[in-house]
Design a protein around this ligand. Structure first.
Ligand code: BG6
Length: 493
């Protein structure tokens, strides 16, 4: 495989936030790590009347200021800007001739990645214009990277998919779920399938429950308009959380190919037990953050945020219990929770193992501490294992001991950004860490009944304190099964 394919990356939304925060720094890191061919070009498109110079200036400002200036200047020379109106055929013709010129200048054999980093309502129209105006007919390959949200529910996702499939085939479409680019999310498979001590125990025979928490400290910031229509269920659960569930629950793939891995993940999503309308409250809890203090400063509650309806029922927190009806997982709940304005910015998986049938070594509370495997996805990257050891000095009792492996310590904190990996994978044509249509389809099917039930407003919406771990109802979801949420900080107390 050519590890440095000559490519032009065309970014729709080049003046936007995502491009500045994530895409330019990631492409620069690839350049710095010598993963890009010397012949590459990036074309930025946007409505603003920028020039090549203004784009290059923005790109350079988006990089850390300590970068080598000469290297940054060399990098920026590969960037070109074209003012673009997505509804105007003329824009596509201008783009096509610019791409032709760049192919000649950089000797790129027509390989093109179209990156949609802008408002989703235009995705379908852009794809169709790219095809009708001849931009996808090249001597090389053409691929489409598409940002979330991929639809708003199943019918809108199907519609969007139909539109983009008219111009691109499924294997040319790379649907971004940036969680799949995270080092420790990718590590889930290795931890599971590379270790006899885990894989043999990875089933309902030995596992009590699995918990995934993804908490944030920020509120909705200036995304109130988007978030009001989305809420945490669509924003985080339909994509990132369900992707993590499928990686944790999948069977070992036959081979490490995108097709084999995907087909195992899809089986998990197919086995998710649908939550019928009348049972939504038994399995899912939704809530909104109230006002509070962050770092000593007053912050508004969700309903007082900018562009948010003061009567809003949009959830900023979701907790759920998922049941996977398969041989491996029958009887094991997968608990998920995610929310904004919570206590910490952290994503963590906790696997709680079952107790021994008889254990004589009790701790000071006259109980046995369960064995836990904790996968720290972010901000720390690593794993912890909680075992029981002899209580030091005293005889008879046990106490939990914690073994820690810190991934980013080894790497001096310099693990590549999710976007960097994903853009590089797309250049190489590796779709393993992107969401396939079947996954999107199944996850919307699961989510839709819950969101429809919530939209009907028959079910209450809880409030939680800013800086907490969510409403009491989220704790009750587990306590009714005699379980509770684990967090590494609590274990350490
Ligand atoms: C995005 C959501 O997909 O993920 C945001 O739209 C959320 O609302 C973000 O803040 C969280 O990503 P990360 O990588 O910071 O956990």
């Amino acid at each position: 495989m050519n590890m440095k394919p000559k490519t032009t990356l065309i970014i729709f939304g080049a003046t936007g936030d995502l491009a500045k925060r994530k895409l330019y720094p990631s492409i620069f890191n690839l350049f710095k790590a010598n993963k890009l061919s010397a012949e590459f070009a990036v074309v930025g498109l946007g409505r603003r009347p920028w020039t090549n110079e203004s784009l290059r200036e923005t790109v350079s400002q988006s990089l850390i200021q300590t970068e080598n200036e000469e290297l940054v200047a060399q990098f920026c020379e590969h960037f070109y800007y074209l003012p673009f109106d997505v509804q105007e055929k003329k824009s596509y013709h201008e783009l096509n001739s610019l791409l032709g010129e760049l192919d000649t200048k950089f000797q790129i054999p027509g390989n093109r990645i179209f990156y949609m980093a802008m408002a989703p309502e235009f995705f379908g129209m852009i794809a169709s214009n790219l095809k009708s105006e001849g931009l996808t007919e090249t001597n090389g390959w053409t691929r489409l990277i598409i940002e979330k949200p991929f639809g708003h529910d199943l019918p809108s996702a199907q519609q969007l998919n139909r539109e983009i499939r008219e111009a691109f085939s499924e294997d040319e479409i790379y649907r971004i779920d940036h969680y799949l680019g995270k080092e420790m999310v990718q590590n889930i498979e290795v931890i599971r399938f590379g270790n006899a001590i885990f894989e043999h125990l990875w089933s309902n025979r030995y596992i009590e429950n699995i918990q995934i928490t993804s908490s944030e400290t920020l509120g909705v910031e200036d995304r109130g308009g988007y978030y009001e229509k989305s809420g945490a269920l669509r924003d985080m659960v339909q994509n990132h959380m369900l992707q993590m569930v499928s990686l944790l629950a999948m069977d070992p793939p036959l081979r490490l190919t995108p097709e084999e891995i995907r087909s195992e993940k899809i089986k998990v999503l197919r086995a998710l037990r649908p939550v019928p309308h009348e049972k939504v409250s038994d399995y899912f809890v939704r809530a909104q953050y109230g006002p509070g203090k962050v770092n000593g400063k007053e912050v508004p509650g969700y309903r007082s945020e900018k562009n948010v309806d003061p009567q809003s029922y949009t959830e900023t927190f979701v907790a759920g219990k998922l049941i996977i009806d398969s041989h491996r997982w029958a009887g094991v709940p997968f608990y998920i929770r995610t929310g904004k304005r919570m206590r910490a910015k952290s994503t963590e998986v906790v696997v709680q193992f079952k107790d021994l049938p008889m254990n004589l070594y009790l701790n000071q509370e006259k109980k046995v501490h369960p064995n836990l495997l904790i996968i720290h996805i972010q901000p720390d990257e690593g794993i912890s294992l909680i075992l029981n050891g002899k209580k030091v000095g005293a005889s008879g009792g046990s106490e939990p001991v914690q073994l820690d492996y810190c991934n980013d310590c080894v790497d001096s904190g310099n693990t590549p950004e999710a976007y960097e990996r994903l853009i590089y994978d797309c250049m190489l044509g590796d779709a393993t860490n992107f969401a396939h249509w079947d996954e999107v389809d199944l996850s919307w099917t699961f989510i839709d009944t819950i969101s429809k039930t919530w939209e009907s407003r028959e079910i209450e919406i809880h409030t939680y304190e800013t800086g907490s771990m969510g409403p009491k109802a989220a704790d009750e979801l587990l306590s009714q099964d005699n379980n509770h949420w684990w967090s590494i900080n609590e274990i350490n107390k």
